[in-house]
Design a protein around this ligand. Sequence first.
Ligand SMILES: NC(=O)c1ccc[n+]([C@@H]2O[C@H](COP(=O)([O-])OP(=O)(O)OC[C@H]3O[C@@H](n4cnc5c(N)ncnc54)[C@H](O)[C@@H]3O)[C@@H](O)[C@H]2O)c1
Length: 330
Amino acid sequence: MIKEIKVNPSYEVVIEKGVLKKAGELLNLDRKVLIVTDEGVPKQYAEEVKKQCKEGYIVTVMQGEDSKSITTFEALLKVMLLKGFTRKDAVVAVGGGVCGDLAGFTASCYMRGVDFYNIPTTLLSQVDSSVGGKTAVNLGDTKNIVGTFYQPKKVLIDSETLKTLPERQISCGMAEVIKMAACMDKEFFEFLETADFMENIEEIISKSVGLKGNIVQQDEKEKDLRKVLNFGHTIGHGVEVNTDLLHGEAVAVGMMLVSESPVKERLEKVLDKAGLKTDIEIDEELKKRIIEAMSHDKKTGNGKVSFVKIKEIGEFYFEDTDLDKLEEVF
Ligand SMILES: NC(=O)c1ccc[n+]([C@@H]2O[C@H](COP(=O)([O-])OP(=O)(O)OC[C@H]3O[C@@H](n4cnc5c(N)ncnc54)[C@H](O)[C@@H]3O)[C@@H](O)[C@H]2O)c1
């Protein structure tokens, strides 16, 4: 199946099995190209891209969130400078959201912006982080605090790359898929309730890219509507920083905590099908720490925390809660 989805302002997301082998045909790689990947991404993906470049340089950063740093950003810029990259050259990310955010940020800053292509290889980056043009690095413990809105020239999604991705990472990507379906698309949610995820993965990816693309098209700079994508994230972030759960796993817990019956039961079943456990024990101490994290959340404004809630599957609304009433939320 070949799918091409147009995302605002006018770049394409190409979803096709084996599309990695067509990078040279679909992207302009006839120049200097910095290929940013990490140690956890199987080497063959970046090498496949390099083969198709006129002058490709692979930089492999350490895997994990720590690579989204000013230090790594600086190191990438230095490679570009040393190799004589000009404004006409390009950067390609080959990896998950860490590589995408870091490489996109670097591309947006070098010489005030060079072309950026994204080849996401985790399910989360394919359905979520590669769409919307947000780039970022962290500053100390503060996530995504330094960044830009910078749209890629093109995104290539090859579902074959998911074959090497650990199951736990697939589950994390599915948490974001389920989030978008629950908030915005009843039919898609019903499909997820019955369909085999991996057998239908391309359809799931293209539907999710379409949903996120539609939201960012209407609200490129996160003024209002784009906040729907925070469903489960407000509490989820607090859970993530205080437990050893991965982001998607914590978001799943967050979605459950702000949902009510009968949405909650349906949500739980689909999350469970995706391998996401949502019944973690939250004692008073953990609750206190989650509330503290929520109070520091960057989405907080005017002494209130903004929550996304679901009225019924496919319909969301925003609810602001006073900081001193957070205890009552869950
Ligand atoms: N820009 C956005 O809009 C946006 C949205 C959501 C999340 N994010 C960011 O995305 C990041 C998380 O992304 P992620 O979940 O993709 O994590 P990640 O990039 O850390 O990847 C997860 C792990 O999978 C490995 N990996 C990647 N592709 C693989 C493959 N095909 N086979 C085997 N292993 C593979 C990586 O090496 C890593 O260890 C966070 O930094 C988050 O802030 C950004």
